[in-house]
Design a protein around this ligand. Structure first.
Ligand SMILES: NC(=O)c1ccc[n+]([C@@H]2O[C@H](COP(=O)([O-])OP(=O)(O)OC[C@H]3O[C@@H](n4cnc5c(N)ncnc54)[C@H](OP(=O)(O)O)[C@@H]3O)[C@@H](O)[C@H]2O)c1
Length: 400
């Protein structure tokens, strides 16, 4: 068997998700059965200071020869980096991703991809012009759980999907948690609000079950009806968004299908983390698939059919395992000892694509990312939510 190829990563920004991603990236891929690729973190950059990048490399356990940079520009120019993971607030993704693409770097960019669809289209054009890989880091799509759910659908177990109900809501108590309004969850300058941060996962579940599972030439963008409630604390950020999507589909494939995608930073999908409530229900004439756990990191599934069949499955994330003394998690959340967050699946896919010379992710094409971004633009239009011009602009470079 040929030995694994190494992909050299650069990490752009040093905040919460950059830490989680990098720790997952450093987990030995053979612990999840991946043998063809290895990940190396060769550099990290902080816009705050070089010292912060150095501390980040130390805290995440990166090799001591990894380079620390005090600016994103220096990282983009590093000839030893194969791909850059962008982990800034979504307000900054367009500027940061354009910087990396212009410098000839492949890019894995955190969600939401950009603030709006026109920005994303320009990034896609630039990636194509420069023949570079570009992918939105919607990690959930790459989970074995998601692959299993999509296979249940394409194998016809529930019949043609007729309706999807998907929620991603977290009761964050914004007045208490984000008192000064500066946190990226509610700050309009950082494209704050539920839709772009949390709603992307509700839409992910809708799209990966109702859109991606259709034959490629049959995938048609949905029409959108939306309601939005603004967060009074900062005004131009949403605290709930509720979206009804209508997917045109030929009679032969099951006819028109509906979805309801909801998101909130006021109420919870599953209060107290209860596992009794499904966060996504995918319904067809023969039964339904229920997905449990947060929509971004679901942990179990249940197939419930009209003939009385019930098939439950648990989907723990792999990792170094019990007894390793290794932990990962996001923010104050901590996974059990030795269990990864699950961000390595998307990293494996991005690295594999770079090795194979593919320019897009396997389970979410750039065309699909654009359709989803257009849906979010339409939701914001109907909800009257406009962000400051400096982050809505397609002008590059713009100083933020
Ligand atoms: N996939 C997931 O599960 C997941 C979870 C959480 C967040 N995210 C996404 O990841 C991105 C970052 O979220 P996060 O929670 O990591 O945010 P965060 O903790 O606030 O970190 C963001 C980092 O971006 C850099 N940055 C540059 N300009 C900034 C500015 N004007 N304000 C704030 N930070 C700035 C900073 O790093 P330097 O100072 O080092 O440059 C900062 O540490 C968002 O797009 C979010 O949607 C994804």
């Amino acid at each position: 068997m040929s030995s694994p190829k190494t992909i050299r990563w650069g990490i752009l920004a040093t905040g919460g998700i950059a830490i989680t991603f990098t720790k997952d990236l450093l987990v030995d891929p053979t612990t999840r059965g991946v043998k063809h690729v290895k990940h190396a973190v060769v550099a990290a950059a902080s816009s705050s200071s070089k010292a912060r990048a150095e501390q980040f490399l130390k805290d995440t356990g990166c090799p001591t020869d990894a380079k620390a940079y005090g600016s994103y520009e220096e990282l983009a120019k590093d000839p030893n980096v194969d791909i850059i993971y962008i982990a800034t607030p979504h307000s900054h993704h367009y500027q940061n991703a354009m910087l990396c693409l212009e410098a000839g770097k492949n890019v894995l960019c955190e969600k939401a991809f950009t603030v709006n669809a026109p920005q994303l289209k320009l990034l896609v054009d630039k990636a194509r012009e420069k023949k570079l890989f570009l992918m939105e880091a919607v990690w959930t799509r790459y989970f074995p759980l998601s692959i299993y759910v999509r296979e249940l659908i394409t194998s016809g177990r529930i019949g043609p999907v007729a309706r999807v109900l998907a929620d991603n809501s977290v009761a964050l108590n914004p007045e208490e948690s984000f008192k000064d309004g500066k946190n990226r969850m509610v700050n309009p300058d950082l494209a704050g609000g539920a839709l772009l941060d949390l709603g992307i996962y509700s839409l992910t579940w809708v799209f990966q079950t109702l859109y991606l599972t259709q034959p490629e030439d049959a995938r048609t963008p949905p029409t959108v009806l939306a309601a939005m409630k603004k967060y009074a604390g900062t005004k131009d950020a949403d605290e709930h968004a509720t979206i009804i999507l209508t997917f045109p589909r030929s009679e032969e494939l099951g006819g028109v299908a509906h979805a309801v995608a909801t998101t909130s930073l006021r109420v919870a999908s599953a209060p107290g983390g209860t596992q009794d409530l499904p966060t996504t229900r995918i319904q067809g004439p023969k039964g339904e698939i229920q997905v449990y756990g947060p929509s971004f990191r679901p942990t179990s599934t249940k197939l419930v059919l009209g003939d009385g069949t019930v098939e439950e499955k648990q989907w723990p994330q792999p990792g170094p395992g019990k007894g390793s003394g290794w932990y990962n998690g996001f923010g104050s959340g901590k996974q059990p000892e030795g269990e990864g967050q699950g961000m390595f699946w998307e990293a494996d896919e991005a690295a594999t694509a770079v090795l194979e010379g593919r320019k897009e992710g396997k389970y979410e094409s750039l065309a699909e990312s654009i359709v989803i971004m257009e849906v979010m633009d339409e939701v914001r239009k109907q909800g009257g939510l406009v962000y400051p011009e400096k982050i809505e602009t397609t002008k590059y470079p713009t100083q933020l």
